[in-house]
Design a protein around this ligand. Structure first.
Ligand code: HEC
Ligand code: HEC
Length: 152
């Protein structure tokens, strides 16, 4: 079949039937090529950049680099690995899952940190640079910062 098509394409005599046939085959091949390249492109996109599906605090359009940077900063500030906040999935960690309660605590901590900065460090500058608190300000490499017991 394929060989027949190519024989028609290469050796076909210049009569009407063959010309029409060749045009049809060329159009068909064009369509197939277009579909193949579109699907190849989509697969490539998916592998390159899996978009987050469950962001509730971070901006939904955050870049992969920024998200990765934020997560690595959490690891460093708390002295933990990704699994401290992310539940295991079928293959490695399931980052979108909320099954690990520490993930929700972390969301609240993010909101708290933003609030403290807005309220108390809005214009806190040094040498023209804005200074803000972060997770590490309290955690300083500890998963659980020191707390004080107060009897009620
Ligand atoms: C201190 C807790 C904490 C640690 C440690 C942590 N994460 Fe996260 N991660 C979160 C929270 C909270 C969210 C959701 C943020 C939101 O709702 O905006 C999140 C979201 C994500 C998402 C997006 C998932 C989706 O589809 O919505 C990815 C991917 C991710 N984390 C990867 C990582 C990786 C990789 C590491 C280790 C380098 C890591 N995280 C370490 C708390 C953590
Ligand atoms: C103002 C101080 C402060 C800041 C800022 C702060 N945390 Fe916390 N965090 C705490 C305290 C205090 C605890 C409770 C420790 C305990 O229960 O013993 C805690 C607990 C947590 C826990 C639960 C840990 C566990 O094992 O129970 C997570 C997760 C967490 N913080 C993540 C974060 C992240 C992520 C940030 C930055 C977005 C952050 N925290 C910023 C003070 C802070």
């Amino acid at each position: 079949m394929t060989i027949d098509i190519f024989l028609v394409l290469l050796n076909g005599k210049e009569n009407d039937k063959n010309t029409i046939m060749r045009r049809r085959i060329l159009t068909l091949m064009g369509c197939v090529l277009a579909i193949v390249s579109i699907s190849a492109f989509t697969t490539f996109e998916k592998q390159e950049d899996p978009r987050p599906t469950n962001l509730k605090v971070l901006p939904k359009n955050i870049s992969s680099e920024e998200l990765e940077g934020t997560m690595k900063a959490f690891n460093a500030a708390l002295g933990v690995k990704c699994g401290h906040c992310h539940a295991p999935g079928e293959k490695g960690l399931d980052f979108a899952s909320d099954a690990n309660p520490n993930k929700q605590v972390a969301r609240e901590m993010m909101k708290m940190t933003t609030k403290i900065n807005k309220k108390y460090f809005k214009n806190h500058e040094k040498d023209g640079v804005l200074l803000q608190i972060g997770c590490g300000t309290c955690h300083n490499g500890q998963a659980e910062p020191q707390m004080h017991t107060i009897s009620r």
